[in-house]
Design a protein around this ligand. Sequence first.
Ligand SMILES: Nc1nc2c(ncn2[C@@H]2O[C@H](COP(=O)(O)OP(=O)(O)OP(=O)(O)O)[C@@H](O)[C@H]2O)c(=O)[nH]1
Ligand SMILES: [Mg+2]
Length: 316
Amino acid sequence: MALDIKGMRGVRLSDEVQSASNGSRRSIARVLSSIENGTLSLSQALESLSPIVGEVDGWSIMAITGAPGVGKSVLVDALMSRWAHQGHNTALLAVDPSSPRSGGALLGDRVRMTSVDDEAIKERVYVRSIATRATSGSVPLIVEDMAKFLVAIGWNRVLIETVGAGQSELRCAAVADRIVVVEGPARGDGIQAEKAGLLELADAILVNKCDLEGAEKHASELKESFGLGAGEAPPIMLTSGLTGEGIESAASLLHDLPSSQRAKRARMRERLLAQHERRLTSHPLYNRVMEDLAKGTLDIEKALMTLKGENHERSG
Ligand SMILES: Nc1nc2c(ncn2[C@@H]2O[C@H](COP(=O)(O)OP(=O)(O)OP(=O)(O)O)[C@@H](O)[C@H]2O)c(=O)[nH]1
Ligand SMILES: [Mg+2]
């Protein structure tokens, strides 16, 4: 098969994938772009790849999620650089939301990842952002495919940085094997209901910016709120990407982070719902059914019956 995307007409897919798995950053970028813009499916990309033997222990995809500006990028940079110095390779997919935000940095005004410029370790890190406004189709599924491709070509640790707000972003996190929620210092409003959904997914929580006032308070609020609920509480740690406090312990905790049963269940629920939704909305009769529902000539039960069945979107 020949890849047919801008700038690489006629390049053989198998050559490109091979070269990506040999470490060519250009080839990795090209294959990821094809997955991102929907011209290449994961199974096509993997067809020409001989499976890598030797499974890694533990996780291979970890989501780092939290409110805009809470310090995710600075943290991720510190973690990747620490792991790289210990000899581990880590790739990062940073999911950029489609709309401008308050609080965090806007696109183009991002925190510079220092690890990619560090001669000593730059071979051990790979960073790529995914502009969600440019993708058509389901962002979580695209992110999942891109992450799995990286794992398949030997990046056995892939981080996904995503803002933990909104359903699509929650579901981006849910494609990972582990989810780390990054919080900031207390803002005096306690733990709000909308946050509970995100915290439920956490295998670990980092209360970041612990150089600022309120971080310890927030950590104990979190501990308390988990104490009240059912199920195990995730480990909660204080970190500062700015001063480096807590980074060493966080890096070793996260490197071997076990999956929590509670978080896994929540993650699986998100994935199931995402797949289910996609099946409904990609059904060939979806638009007709929606029109009939709107006209009132069809009821919800019948609509569901009509849309039941095969997965229509991702064939080929
Ligand atoms: N005081 C303090 N500031 C920090 C810390 N970590 C990051 N910051 C600052 O917080 C701002 C946002 O940091 P980012 O790492 O870009 O945060 P983010 O969560 O990745 O932001 P988005 O990707 O835009 O959601 C920057 O100005 C950082 O310098 C920290 O530990 N302490
Ligand atoms: Mg960021």
